[in-house]
Write a protein that binds this ligand. Structure first.
Ligand code: UD1
Length: 424
């Protein structure tokens, strides 16, 4: 296994390029299953473990893929298999994204249930409800979702999600574009990753109204054409890099981005005393030596993202005073707290609220995490901890951050990747 060894105390300065978005790349790859002819070229696909896992799943289904320097080619014409096996689904919950496209194209799908998650229950009931409303019959057998269409095509309908859900909105969209008639998705997610999926589907010939709003109206079409497409930047990677700049009091620029995707986060950086300068393709953050305590509440887009909660808490360990961070999306997503406290932070958890007492002196030690963003928060904290912080089980980080230590080192951090063996 790999670990990151961080020598804390360096101020970060300079410019880095944002990578392509992982959470947008995955539904784009799934949407490629909807095309039964031609080849699709997707640009700006990050080289990440989750992308490799999804590619393995596509390979398993009989899809031809090739990947070179962030360009992914997909040809789904030979796709025959409709089964997503446990071995792959358990590695990545987003595998559920194949359910909608497989049902739409073949009228059936068999997808393993994803199982537990490191930060609490993550049900898939909204995905199943939507597929049932579109006319599929669903049963759970031997740990698999067995879905089958009654007629020859899914049937357009109205789906009103009880809570905003990125994954189920994406899955429903992919199913509805080939359904017969009109589908209305109410309380749809407005995340940039969903907008990007809509744009890709529209480029392939889908008919979607309301892109970027909470109501999507989809007129089903009989088939889609293969089209090439460029993925968006990763807003969570970008915000994590900015947090690394902020916690060290440095000055960093992230380029190749759209600042509009991060408005809520940038507002919070400004509230914390950092100065933010944006232009159409970059964000510059100038840190402060007196970070102000700044409360955040996570919510669906366009509000503050849950995927930045852990990194924000790391930043608040260095703020003047006590801040409160409430996670309204995932109430149990706080595995990073005990580890941050081991570095010297003073954070308490009550229900879905973390109370962070700052500023605290952090001192390097060995820490470990159980999920992607928690790992990122430990790396961010390690940048200001005195001495050496070792972050174990870096495979979580590798799921979602492309060359993170190289990017941080290019800004002046001192991080090495080393392999180690776990006992027991
Ligand atoms: C996606 C992102 C993840 C991010 C999350 C919220 C990907 C690959 N992952 O996850 O990084 O943290 O959005 O922004 O894009 N829910 C249900 N039933 C369902 C589906 C969801 O109860 O069937 C609940 C979830 O438990 C959660 C909330 O709805 O509390 C939002 O989840 P959702 O937006 O669906 O998250 P994902 O798409 O899984």
């Amino acid at each position: 296994m790999d670990k990151l060894v961080i020598q804390g105390g360096n101020r970060l300065n300079g410019t880095v390029k944002a990578s392509g978005s992982k959470n947008s790349a995955l539904p784009l790859m799934a949407a490629a299953l909807l095309c039964d002819t031609g080849e699709i070229t997707l640009e700006r696909i990050p080289d990440l473990k989750d992308i490799r896992t999804f590619r393995k799943l596509l390979d398993y289904l009989g899809v031809e893929t090739s990947y070179h320097e962030n360009t992914l080619r997909i040809s789904s014409s030979d796709l025959r298999c409709v089964k997503a096996p446990y071995e792959l689904v358990k590695q990545m919950r987003a595998s559920i994204y194949v359910l909608g496209p497989l049902l739409a194209r073949f009228g059936q799908a068999s997808v393993s249930l994803p199982g537990g998650c490191a930060f609490g229950p993550r049900p898939i009931d909204f995905h199943l409800m939507a597929m049932e409303k579109l006319g599929a019959s669903i049963s759970i057998e031997k740990g698999f979702i067995e879905a089958k269409i009654k007629g020859s095509r899914l049937k357009g309908t109205t789906i009103d999600f009880p809570t905003t859900t990125v994954g189920a909105t994406g899955n429903t969209l992919m199913a509805a574009v080939l359904a017969e008639g009109t589908t209305l998705i109410k309380n749809a997610a407005m995340e940039p990753e969903i907008v990007t999926l809509c744009c890709f589907l529209e480029a392939m010939g889908a008919r979607i109204d309301g892109t970027g709003t909470t109501t999507l109206e989809i007129q089903g079409v009989e088939s889609l054409d293969a089209k090439d497409f460029t993925n968006i930047f990763d807003r969570i990677e970008t915000a994590t890099l900015l947090t690394a700049g902020a916690i060290t009091g440095g000055s960093i620029t992230v380029s190749d981005i759209d600042p509009g995707h991060l408005a809520a986060v940038l507002e919070k950086f400004e509230e914390s005393g950092c100065s933010i300068i944006t232009d159409s393709g970059s964000i510059t953050l100038e840190g402060t030596d007196a970070i102000a305590r700044t409360d955040v509440i996570t919510n669906p887009f366009p509000l503050f993202p849950t995927d930045m909660q852990a990194q924000w808490i790391a930043l608040m360990t260095q703020a003047q005073g006590t801040s409160h961070v409430i996670d309204r999306v995932y109430h149990e997503r706080f595995n990073h707290i005990p580890e941050l406290n081991r570095l010297g932070a003073r954070i308490e958890i009550r229900n879905n609220e973390a109370t962070v007492h700052g500023p605290t002196r952090l001192t390097g030690t060995t820490v470990m995490s159980t999920d992607l963003r928690a790992s990122a928060s430990l790396v961010v904290a390690g940048l200001v901890a005195e001495g050496v912080t070792e972050v174990l089980r870096i495979y979580h980080l590798d799921r979602g951050y492309e060359q993170i230590e190289k990017k941080l080192n290019s800004l002046g951090a001192s991080i090495t990747r080393e392999s180690y063996q776990e006992f027991g």
